[in-house]
Design a protein. Structure first.
Length: 362
């Protein structure tokens, strides 16, 4: 919805402008100030100047708000003090900031075509409105949609598909049969569709299990730099629509990641694990294979998940336990030396009582 709104409001790309009324419509906010005030950019509170809008997420920034030179502000709807400049009040200032910033940085797609130095395989189907830079390798029977950008050093194996409006940054590798949906962003160095880690033991050696499946990444996903997503042994490894994956994440073969899930850097997910919709996995979370994590689950950073987790759970720790339990346990850790001394002292007292023949229960 926000993208459609922006496309109808883009004027001159070199000098975009929005009135304060248009900004309030974009972010679904309440306007307090002149509707026709023109804004040409968004900037931090302490750097914004005339013609620019800034934002604050809470009253802890009140001093900066009072000192700002911005022409207008985006503020929380429960802002308790008077704003020094015209303002738009919203439920989530950070979300509103993202929408306004996206408007000002968005540019119309400029198709440069298939440039000299790009290698195109046999029977590839490529829309005319694309940009494919020198040094890109496009395999046989690849299908590339409209307004796709493919940067230098990208390898796209045979029989891959890339949907409209997607961007594949430099040195990405897509193994054969990989499917990328519409409006996806694949950051530099990502490897999608490499073999799953499957081996059968034969005595002291190992026999490779061929990985003949594929990876499917649905619409509106973002895959971070140097992230790896393995192809399935059979069938599919699937990343569902709207999911955002950070840098340096490993997703193993036959995993299924639900819609609109966030996976932060250095997460490792073992094979055949299913993760539900609207989940959040903090940095360095490790998840064992062949388990199911429900919808709307939140997993704290550095947690180790060794068993399935039901819907709407919040867990932390290694092994992962309910977050409230983990908070209690972690608060006790720093007291362990003291507790150890107390227990040792009590044990010593009990031994002395026994030696003296006195019943310690009296």
């Amino acid at each position: 919805m926000a993208k459609d709104w922006m496309m109808t409001h883009i004027k001159d790309n070199d000098m975009k402008e929005l009135t304060l009324k248009e900004i309030s419509e974009l972010v679904d906010g309440r306007l307090a100030g002149p509707e026709d005030l023109k804004i040409r950019a968004i900037a931090p509170l302490d750097q914004a100047g005339p013609g620019e809008i800034s934002f604050a997420v809470g009253t802890r920034l009140k001093d900066k708000v009072l000192e700002t030179r911005a022409s207008a502000l985006i503020l929380p709807q429960n802002w308790s003090m008077e704003s020094p400049v015209p303002s738009v009040f919203v439920k989530d200032p950070y979300l509103a900031f993202a929408k306004v910033l996206n408007f000002f940085i968005s540019k119309p797609f400029l198709a440069k075509g298939v440039m000299e130095g790009a290698r195109i395989g046999q029977d590839a189907s490529i829309e005319k409105e694309v940009t494919i830079y020198p040094g890109a390798y496009i395999g046989d029977r690849v299908k590339i949609g409209k307004r796709v950008t493919i940067y230098p050093g990208v390898f796209i194996g045979d029989d891959c598909e890339i949907g409209d409006d997607s961007t594949i940054y430099a040195n990405v590798t897509l193994y054969s049969k990989t499917v990328i949906g519409r409006r996806c962003i694949i950051h530099a160095g990502a490897v999608i569709g490499s073999d799953g880690f499957g081996f059968a033991q034969d005595g002291l050696s190992f026999v490779k299990i061929p990985q003949v499946g594929r990876v499917v990444i649905e619409d509106d996903c973002e895959i971070g730099a140097n992230t790896t997503i393995d192809r399935a042994t059979f069938g599919e490894t699937r990343i569902s629509k709207g999911t955002k994956i950070d840098n340096l994440v490993q997703i193993a073969h036959n995993c299924n990641i639900g819609e609109n899930t966030i996976i932060v850097s250095q997460v490792g997910i073992a094979g055949s694990t299913s993760i539900g919709k609207n989940c959040m996995l903090g940095g360095q979370v490790g998840v064992v294979g062949h388990i199911k994590i429900g919808d709307r689950v939140k997993i704290g950073a550095q947690s180790g998940v060794a068993q399935s987790i039901p819907d709407d759970s919040i867990v932390s720790g290694s092994p992962a336990v309910p977050h409230r339990v983990w908070l209690k346990v972690s608060s006790l850790v720093k007291r362990l030396p003291e507790l150890f001394k107390e227990v040792s002292s009590l044990k010593k007292a009990v031994r002395e009582l026994k030696k003296e023949g006195i019943d310690g229960s009296q």
